[in-house]
Design a protein around this ligand. Sequence first.
Ligand code: IPE
Ligand code: IPE
Ligand code: MG
Length: 243
Amino acid sequence: MSKNETQPNIPQHIAIIMDGNGRWAQARGKQRVFGHKAGMERAREMAEVCGELGVKYLTLFAFSSENWNRPKDEVSFLMELFATSLKNESKKLNKNNVRLTVIGDKDGFDKALRKAIDKAEALTAGNDGLFLQIAANYGGRWDIVQAAKKLAEAGQEITEASIEEHLVTSGGPAPDLLIRTGGEERISNFLLWQAAYSELYFSPKLWPDFDREALQQAINNFNQRQRRFGKTGEQVTTADKGD
Ligand code: IPE
Ligand code: IPE
Ligand code: MG
């Protein structure tokens, strides 16, 4: 029996594209924003579950650079929901030893939201439990461009390592498992650089329905995979045995 069968391997970093809130609400004859509220609850639960499972990094895609193109009312609702959730949740996150950071272009947010982000980040900065990264006004292309700009301004050499060092996720590991809910099988400008070798998992479940069991299924599926990083299967199997 391999070690994966006796003890499931918990991915160190899980990243999730939380998609399907709008359809979830519409299927219930409700406004899309109702789905965003339910999605927020689910995100909170997912952070708890991941903390319990011993996941070290959880990155949640909450709002993309492109989501500004949605109807104005929906965008305002999402911004308000983000600000109130930060205010309401940060104490509990802190109590649970969660370190929260927001990755994305924060300049796109209004002053009050930026302040709420700064406060939540400062409050939880010393924690060493789950590292929760909320990707908001985030785009993978933006991330690479902002890193390249910093290097250019500093006159630094462009290498894979130097770009990596300037991405907003700098210092953390790349996602091992990247989940997208909602049935679509695309990346939608999420962690383009960082997901180079992530295992992708697509769930037909709409985000507000993605529960603990669904996450466990994704992790079990992840455990069936062999990550080769360009090597042959044999090389990887041999390395696993410690030869
Ligand atoms: C994901 O759910 C949340 C955000 C993008 C903010 P959607 O709002 O995209 O839900 P669907 O895909 O329209 O159902
Ligand atoms: C991706 O979902 C962004 C988030 C989940 C925050 P979208 O619903 O915006 O993606 P597309 O437009 O279907 O590609
Ligand atoms: Mg969507």
